[in-house]
Design a binder for this molecule. Structure first.
Ligand code: NAD
Ligand code: ZN
Length: 346
């Protein structure tokens, strides 16, 4: 089969590799029907994620058809349409029992396209298939469900729920990529007073308006702190969501927050950021971090089937699986291509 194989910082190729086989009783082999690329894959290619080593198949998002299951798989059957989530869950360890699947210590967590081969391939081996896949409901498309493999629950759990967005809040979202847009969409479910999207790319700011931001700020032209203070009687944002993954945007969130507010960091960071504790200690500010757990995926699937969230509008570009390299270029140059999510299908 063919797959996107990582060959160290800056290097990847679409090349022929061995098709995966069942290794443990609880594995499933899924034929990848629809797959996408994450901002995290771009971080990996920058060399920000050291655990990813030469030879690894990238990707942690897919919708596919179950081709084979190990003898220990009970609820997933050959032929089922499933969402392969970015988080794998053993289902039995302490963290899984507490719903923190991202922290699974029983062999799961974020492993696909990280510690084991991932989904940017014609087939993928999914460990703990019963607890790591979601049945695709009737009446929705593969593309819509694919948006819940990572960005949907990430923006919602690590951004909106960790940030404790509440009715009437002023929510600042720094970074309006797919994850930031997902956070904007999720924040809107709680009737915030204002959602302020902050991004260097005007195309992303336009998208943010479509996803529900009422104010957009390009920090290359305007000062986000001044604008947010103007909306909040000088106080600052109730919630600031960091959805970029560089030091300056984390520091920006800390500057945007009001006393008593919450900074929810979502971005994957490859280096340290400065924490201005000398300013923050007196402000009762909460800072949350997190890897997505995907505990909200069933909720988001219900919101999707009930048409309360529109996931189709994330998809801006479509490719055949064989055009993966071009899809990467399109996604990596989002400021010019205006890409949000690129989807590759068989
Ligand atoms: P993306 O690269 O598509 O989007 C990032 C956005 O940030 C872009 O629109 C870019 O223009 C903007 N940006 C860059 N520098 C900026 C700056 N200085 N100020 C303002 N905006 C700036 O990425 P994405 O797919 O939306 O993912 C966002 C982040 O979330 C990444 O760091 C990704 O790795 C991370 N992520 C985290 C988790 C998790 O579980 N915590 C899961 C998935 C993704
Ligand atoms: Zn576990």
């Amino acid at each position: 089969m063919y797959a996107i194989v990582y060959h160290g910082p800056g290097a990847k190729s679409w090349e022929q590799v061995a098709k995966p086989t069942v290794q443990a009783d609880t594995d499933a082999i899924v034929r990848v029907d629809t797959v996408t690329i994450c901002g995290t894959d771009l971080h990996i290619l920058k060399g920000d994620v050291a655990a990813v080593t030469d030879g690894r198949i990238l990707g942690h998002e897919a919708v596919g058809t179950v081709e084979q299951v190990g003898p220990g798989v009970k609820n997933v059957h050959v032929g089922d349409r499933v969402l392969v989530s970015c988080i794998t869950a053993c289902g039995a360890c302490r963290y899984c029992r507490e719903g923190q699947y991202g922290q699974c210590i029983g062999g799961g967590g974020w492993i696909l396209g990280h510690k084991i081969d991932g989904t940017q391939a014609e087939y993928v081996r999914v460990p703990f298939a019963d607890t790591s896949t979601f049945a695709v409901p009737e009446g929705v498309t593969d593309e819509e469900v694919l948006m819940l493999a990572d960005i949907g629950p990430t923006g919602y759990e690590v951004g909106v729920l960790n940030g404790r967005v509440s009715p009437g809040d002023v929510v600042a979202v720094v970074g309006a990529g797919p994850v930031g847009l997902s956070a904007i969409m999720g924040a809107k479910l709680f009737s915030p007073a204002h959602v302020v999207a902050i991004d260097l790319a005007d195309a992303r700011l336009e998208a943010a308006k479509q996803f529900g931001a009422d104010i957009t700020v390009n920090p290359s032209r305007e000062d986000p702190v001044e604008i947010v203070r103007g909306l909040t009687e000088g106080l600052g944002a109730d919630v600031a969501i960091e959805a970029v993954g560089v030091a300056s945007t984390f520091e920006q969130c800390a500057a945007l927050i009001r006393p008593g507010g919450t900074v929810a960091n979502v971005g994957v960071h490859g280096g340290p950021a400065t924490l201005h504790l000398e300013d923050l200690w007196i402000k009762n500010v909460t800072i949350t971090t997190g890897l997505v757990d995907t505990y909200s995926t069933p909720t988001l699937l219900r919101l999707l089937t009930a048409h309360h969230i529109d996931l189709a509008r994330f998809v801006t570009h479509r490719f055949a699986l064989g055009d993966f390299m071009e899809a990467y270029d399109t996604f990596a140059n989002a400021a010019e291509t205006r890409a949000l999510k690129v989807v590759l299908s068989r």
